[in-house]
Ligand binder design. Structure first.
Ligand code: ZN
Length: 194
């Protein structure tokens, strides 16, 4: 089946894009997710805006498709073509984390959306060593509860990645690693895959 998906993408979008995207997906599913999710998901390139408009990709658990939106494609004379492969792969990695979040972790997302919850943090912690070359285990706790007498309130955890950084996985983490961010000290485990 995966061969058919590959061929379909190669045919539709040219440039062996099917091979590139699915070979990456195969490696990602194996190395990050121990094949608990399958790379056999239809990937669609579209020059349309995403329904969440500023986002570059999205995963629909209902239709079980990943769409890569117009940020990475253009409409050429011979059809839709890829603009930037590295950026596409980064977005694909992000979307596959949502696949894991839904399929393996049961889609348990918080009222504050799919990027501000334990299931997201768990998914990207698995993906980060391969995708970003960084181990982020234990630093996905953006706020912690502090008790003061009877009162319990939340404070920012300075040793954790922030909610915004965790939302923008993997680009944010790769950028922080390049900038020698102090929270990632001693956590580099290899070269980023994207
Ligand atoms: Zn997302």
């Amino acid at each position: 089946m995966i061969l058919q998906y590959k061929n379909a993408l190669n045919l539709l979008y040219g440039g062996k894009i099917g091979d590139i995207l699915y070979d990456f997906a195969i490696e990602l599913c194996e190395k990050s997710f121990k094949n608990k999710i399958s790379p056999e998901i239809p990937i669609i390139l579209t020059t349309a805006m995403s329904p969440y408009n500023r986002f570059a990709g999205w995963y629909s658990d209902k239709s079980h498709t990943i769409e890569l939106a117009r940020h990475y494609c253009y409409h050429g004379s011979d059809g839709i073509r890829a603009r930037s492969i590295p950026e596409m792969l980064a977005t694909l990695a992000h979307e596959f984390c949502h696949v894991y979040q839904y399929q393996v972790l049961g889609g348990r997302i918080s009222a504050r959306g799919p990027h501000r919850c334990k299931s997201w943090y768990q998914s990207i912690t698995l993906a980060s060593p391969f995708v970003c070359g960084v181990d982020i285990e234990g630093i996905c706790i953006p706020s912690k509860s502090v008790r003061e007498g009877e009162k319990v309130y939340k404070v920012n955890n300075p040793n954790s990645l922030t909610e915004v950084e965790l939302t923008h996985f993997p680009d944010s983490i790769i950028k922080l690693a390049k900038a020698d961010d102090r929270r990632l000290k001693g956590r580099l485990v290899g070269k980023p895959a994207v």
